[in-house]
Design a binder for this molecule. Structure first.
Ligand code: NCD
Length: 287
């Protein structure tokens, strides 16, 4: 469906799939791409958007609870609510409280399922299929919700091989690895060992806001840096993905390489989220 929407939007500026419906976006953690791509997606398929705005401008700043806040948003009867919060499990909590459907737009370090959907969509667009993909996930795998959700999503396909590339302290969480059923995986700390085997390399930033001790962040933030010169020293360069934002781990000099796909990946968020919104709000059995 995202493919279909992408094609239609290349021919027409607006579609009417979600005409007359309202998306409420409640983002209680910083976001550029996820919030904006949900909002652009809903507008482009004919719906409207009410944004909760920054938490400091709401009664959360007066001490109102997350639960009461979500109960109120829900009582205005939006057709769908997209929620981001820094607490793990908050999207599930919101879904339990609200009558309207809730989409998880990132809950702490736990999950980021719509990012995983657009990551899969991008892999499929480039490679034609997801089965059999060899992908390196590199970075702060311990605190990253994107690599955790992407791992679980990739595990639904056949013959996938995941290389978790990180220093021991930033390695993939036990619960993520424990949930893998189909995919085979390997943990390592040196990208150079496997880079020429990879179809894709998915890089993430060190998640500064999730460290209890700022000293640990300072020590680990430069653990890995990908730049053009190091990539060009290899016979084969994988496609480079990144959920963005990047900090120091991915040099801007990589952007001009044909293998750099992260800005396309981010744009795909609009089509994937539009498809998801249409399926969640539509009464049309064809959607
Ligand atoms: C990610 C997130 O918020 O988890 N960004 C995004 O949604 N595209 C990645 C990150 O913040 O590092």
């Amino acid at each position: 469906m995202a493919d279909h929407i992408q094609k239609e939007l290349s021919e027409e500026r607006m579609l009417d799939l979600c005409e007359g419906t309202i998306l409420a976006t409640v983002f209680l953690e910083p976001s550029t791409r996820t919030r904006l791509s949900f909002q652009f997606a809903m507008k482009k398929i004919g719906g409207s958007v009410i944004d909760f705005g920054p938490a400091e401008a709401t009664s959360l700043a007066k001490g109102e609870s997350f639960e009461d806040t979500l109960k109120m948003v829900d009582s205005y009867d939006p057709d769908v609510i997209a929620v981001r919060s820094k607490a793990n499990g908050s999207a599930q909590l919101a879904a339990d409280i609200c009558e309207s459907p809730v989409i998880n737009a990132g809950d702490g370090s736990n999950e980021h399922p719509t990012q995983a959907m657009l990551d899969l969509y991008t892999i499929r667009q480039i490679r034609g299929k997801i089965d059999g993909v060899k992908i390196g996930l590199m970075g702060d795998l311990a605190h990253s919700r994107t690599t955790s959700s992407l791992s679980m999503a990739l595990d639904k396909y056949n013959g996938v091989k995941i290389f978790y590339i990180a220093p021991e302290e930033l390695q993939a969480r036990r619960e993520t690895l424990g949930s893998m059923r189909n995919a085979t995986y390997q943990r390592l700390d040196d990208l150079q060992e496997v880079i020429e085997e990879l179809d894709f390399l998915y890089v993430t930033r060190v998640q500064r806001e999730r460290f209890n001790d700022p000293g640990d962040y300072e020590r680990l933030k430069g653990s890995y840096v990908l730049d053009r010169a190091s990539l060009l020293s290899h016979k084969k360069i994988p496609y480079i993905l990144h959920p963005l934002p990047r900090v120091d781990e991915l040099s801007p000099d990589v952007d001009a390489l044909p293998a750099a796909k992260y800005f396309e990946q981010a744009r795909n968020g609009v089509y994937v989220r539009a498809a998801l919104l249409a399926q969640v709000v539509s009464d049309d059995p064809l959607v």
